[in-house]
Design a protein around this ligand. Structure first.
Ligand code: ZN
Length: 415
């Protein structure tokens, strides 16, 4: 399953996406990535130090070009990897400058000493040998070699990065892809994110409800297991051999759970995007539940609310929808699940089903929520007299296989 970090449109009209690949390395293979990342940290520290010193002593702000020229050939890295570090430094400085100009004085220019750093390989440093990607570290030095999954087209790779996250090495590949087929309709739909149901979508006629039970059960599993670990750890002496071993195990478990949950969110958001695309939805109004999570409802409820990964889901929707030409708009969620979409009476909720106290309308509460969010999005308020939903489909998040990878849901096949 590809995990895309972000997308970017480039001049050719294509999309550039980041695909993250987990590297399973044995002890022997771990050596070079560690060395390269340490060398990159050494380079980064040198850039930061030189730039600071020259500025402090002589008041000269060195340009990226000057830095590149100065550090050429000084590090055991590919020359373009060094250039990429300089470019990153420039970019960070530029952003810091902008932020400080806006009054964010707590932001500092890069200063911290790094011990490891992410290495970037540009296109010229990447080569391929029968299904393996080869990342050059400059002439005469040992390159890095990894097997590539068959689904990745080597010609589409523009950049590679070696990242350490969650006690594992990851290869982040920037891949250029043609823009997926764009949506042609002009409908508006509403989406109600929730905890029991990850997402309920409606375009006024049809409704799609994607279950969130699996996600919830994984959170429960995680909480339970974490408790076990904590209890065991509290009995051990901190820093002892057994304590260290158990801490490692705990971290590994947490990382595994994080990956699982992320994967599930990818499938949920892909299904939602595909659904919108097939129905010609041009604008999707998404209920913003952040106000709801602020209220205090007692320990258990609060824990569940904080673990409800709306922010993550939102980040995925934020790029998956626009990639298919669908606009996403956030809408306040107040009263949307407790107001009757048929007559506009505000009712009280008990359980998962909404019954109107005034008319005979009764419907699943998340469907009511998405209907009203749609109404708020279109009219700016909850309007009565909305059409009844004809058909509701319930879906479980379907897990993608590597063969049928489809980041944008059904209806799209990458060329
Ligand atoms: Zn009613």
């Amino acid at each position: 399953m590809p995990h895309y970090k972000e997308t970017k449109k480039v001049k050719t009209g294509n999309l550039v996406m980041t695909e993250k690949i987990l590297l399973r390395l044995d002890k022997d293979q771990m050596r070079i990535p560690g060395d390269v990342r340490r060398e990159a940290a050494r380079c980064w520290n040198a850039i930061v130090n030189l730039h600071r010193t020259i500025y402090n002593r002589y008041g000269i702000w060195l340009s990226g070009g000057q830095l590149k020229e100065f550090f050429k050939g000084h590090f055991r890295l590919h020359s373009q990897s060094v250039q990429a570090l300089v470019e990153l430094y420039e970019e960070t400085c530029r952003r810091t400058k902008d932020l400080r100009k806006d009054g964010e004085t707590s932001w500092r220019y890069p200063w911290r000493k790094k011990y490891y750093f992410t290495v970037t390989w540009k296109k010229t440093a990447i080569s391929f040998k029968d299904n393996r990607i080869c990342l050059s570290n400059g002439r005469g030095r040992e390159p890095l070699e990894f097997k590539l999954p068959a689904r990745i087209d080597p010609a589409a790779i523009r950049q590679a990065q070696l990242v350490w996250k969650g006690a594992c090495y990851w290869l982040h590949l920037s891949i250029e892809k043609p823009l997926p087929e764009q949506v042609t309709g002009c409908k508006a739909a509403g989406a109600d994110p929730g905890e029991v149901h990850s997402l309920a979508l409606t375009d006024g006629n049809e409704c799609l409800v994607i279950s969130g039970r699996l996600l919830r059960s994984w959170w429960r599993l995680q909480n339970k297991e974490l408790g076990k670990y904590q209890r065991k750890l509290s009995r051990l002496k901190k820093g002892s051999r057994r304590w260290r071993r158990l801490t490692r195990k705990k971290r590994k478990f947490l990382e595994q759970m994080r990956r699982r949950k992320e994967h599930l969110l990818h499938t949920v958001t892909s299904q939602a995007t595909g659904w919108c695309f097939e129905r010609g939805v041009k604008t999707l109004y998404v209920g913003n539940p952040l106000d709801v999570t602020k209220k205090d409802h007692g320990y258990r409820h609060n824990q569940r609310m904080h673990q409800w990964t709306f922010g993550q889901m939102f980040n995925l929707l934020k790029y998956k929808l626009p990639a298919r030409g669908i606009e996403m708009v956030l809408v306040g969620e107040e009263n949307t699940s407790s107001t009757c979409p048929s007559c506009g009476t505000k009712g009280t909720l008990r359980g998962r089903v909404f019954h109107c106290p005034n008319c005979s309308f009764s419907c699943h509460r998340d469907v009511v929520g998405s209907l009203n969010i749609r109404s708020v999005g279109i009219h700016g308020e909850i309007r009565a007299g909305q059409e009844a939903v004809l058909r509701t489909t319930y879906l479980r998040p379907a897990v993608h296989t590597t063969q049928a990878v489809d980041a944008f849901g059904p209806g799209h096949r990458a060329a």
